[in-house]
Design a protein around this ligand. Structure first.
Ligand code: HEC
Length: 136
């Protein structure tokens, strides 16, 4: 009788051990699943921004109006809904050809967005805005 008892204990202990291990293994997977999408700029998009937008739209910009409207270097600090709002604005102004400003382009024609750059910037902004928008 006593031997059975000990055997049972070993079986139960073994069962618990296995269970805990399975539970442990599950934790990282849950984390991956629930991880929130983050503000992210791929290198090729960052290059376009650096060339045509960043000079006016950063937290140290001398262009006070531009700085007030948008700061690319502070985007990741913003609340998600503000990031989404800024991304929508970026897609809008770039689609409309409103940015960079005309006056600026007269002085620096090489900062003009090519068709390809324009499309890349807009699709980045739209896709990221979509990813950052909660589904419910
Ligand atoms: C020469 C400086 C300059 C450059 C370069 C520039 N901007 Fe702007 N941007 C401004 C200014 C100034 C404003 C504010 C305009 C206003 O208030 O009428 C502005 C406003 C904006 C806004 C806000 C629009 C709104 O309706 O609120 C967005 C978005 C924006 N810029 C995106 C961009 C992007 C994207 C680029 C690069 C493709 C860019 N800007 C390049 C100066 C600049």
């Amino acid at each position: 009788m006593r031997r059975y008892f000990i055997l049972m204990l070993i079986v139960v202990a073994g069962f618990l051990f296995v269970n805990f291990n399975i539970a442990d293994n599950n934790i990282p997977q849950e984390e991956v699943k629930t991880e929130k999408p983050q503000y992210h700029v791929p290198d090729d998009v960052q290059q376009i921004i650096d060339n045509s937008c960043y000079g006016c739209h950063n937290s140290e910009s001398k262009n006070e109006k531009g700085k007030k409207k948008l700061q690319f270097d502070k985007m990741s600090d913003l609340k998600t809904y503000k990031q989404v709002g800024s991304l929508a604005d970026i897609a809008d102004v770039v689609t409309e050809g409103d940015m960079p400003p005309e006056k600026f382009l007269k002085k620096y024609p090489e900062r003009q967005l090519s068709k390809e750059e324009q499309e890349k910037l807009v699709s980045w902004a739209n896709n990221l805005a979509k990813q950052l928008t909660p589904e419910d």
